[in-house]
Design a protein around this ligand. Sequence first.
Ligand SMILES: C[S@@+](CC[C@H](N)C(=O)[O-])C[C@H]1O[C@@H](n2cnc3c(N)ncnc32)[C@H](O)[C@@H]1O
Ligand code: SF4
Length: 412
Amino acid sequence: MSPQDAWRPRRIGLYVHIPFCVQRCDFCAYKITAGTDLRDEMTAFVEMLKQEIRSVGRLANVGSVELSVLFIGGGTPSMLPIELMEQLLECVTGQFRLAPDCEFTVECNPSTTTKEKLRQLRALGVNRLSIGVQSFDDHILTEIGRDHSSADARATFVNVRDEGFTNFNLDLMYRLPAQTRERLLQSVRSAVACGPTHLSLYPLWVRPGTRLHHRLQHGEVSIPDEASEFDMWRAAAELLAASGYRQYNVFDFTLNDESRSRYTFLQWEDGEWIGVGPSAISYVAGRHLTNAMSVREWSERVTRFGVGTTGGAAVSRRAQMHRTMIFGLRMMPFETARFETQYGVPVDDVFGRELQLLKDLRLIERNDHQIRLTAAGVQRINNISKFFYEQEDALQTLGIGRTGLPIEESDL
Ligand SMILES: C[S@@+](CC[C@H](N)C(=O)[O-])C[C@H]1O[C@@H](n2cnc3c(N)ncnc32)[C@H](O)[C@@H]1O
Ligand code: SF4
């Protein structure tokens, strides 16, 4: 560390969770409240959030930190009335210093992102948007219960650019009902035409309790099988590469290095972040803290204790190493020197057996400096992560020979 670095404030991230949406999509299992008239709920919720942000600000010794990342996610934060967003930001900046280059992202969806809203968000200093589209196929959008059309999505991106945003992400999904390889490629072409600097491509995770899960179980709808899913992903990744998007993370593609999500990097670099709002998690000073999941329990806790945290634990060195593997293997590539610099031991001294197994299963490939997931590894990333949590039955957790629905994602 240079003498100048020693005087620099610690850079951390702040994640603010907004659990409201206009309507619930059929695949979505997030804990959200859906409705078109939620103004009162949102106003009361933001009051609570402000209370939690102020408490966290007091506890976190914020004099010595600055925010390099501010991420307002959900849910659908773009549906917050602008005056509530303003209040929220005022509260954040009242507690925390924002680094001059702070990446300030708001998650949006096309139905709640008007031209006026975009202008207002930009005036507040938002410099990155993350917009959920999922597909540009109107039939599929209806099948998955989205509240917008492909034309709405296209119009949103015209407005995003007109309003001067130069850094924005677009979320797409594959493995969706009625989706074929060609239909997915059409969506990827439409997405590229919208000019995002970053694109996330997620496989559909079928979660119990969702409408889609119910419909699948009752044979009312079907999704592509594992072989087609693999084929779809590979074709989409190739098309993105040919369009200039480089994959740097298991789900993420970027047009240039500057547009890689800092939030993703914060996690990989073992950076600290504070999460506020229901279900948010924090990782600060070597401790992992979790907030209550439901708005009700979270609000009760904020009222009583100032924060919505239900528990926390110090992360042991061994657990931290596992964490590094879980986030690291998602990065493409995983630079092995980073592990050694951080822990003072080569990664193979600690995880040599596990990495050899992943290599034998052709889920990773590697050279002396880098490890990279193969296409099959990308498909099984959730199970690979689980493997670094619970290693008792590696073959089963890696889903070897599995068919049918994938093992549930653990929201890492
Ligand atoms: C929390 S949402 C925020 C964006 C906004 N609410 C929207 O949906 O437009 C972030 C992204 O998570 C992804 N997502 C949500 N549920 C998913 C699931 N069951 N399987 C795969 N991706 C999912 C979607 O791509 C979505 O855009
Ligand atoms: S996918 Fe996004 S818009 Fe749909 S219910 Fe989930 S959080 Fe809300």
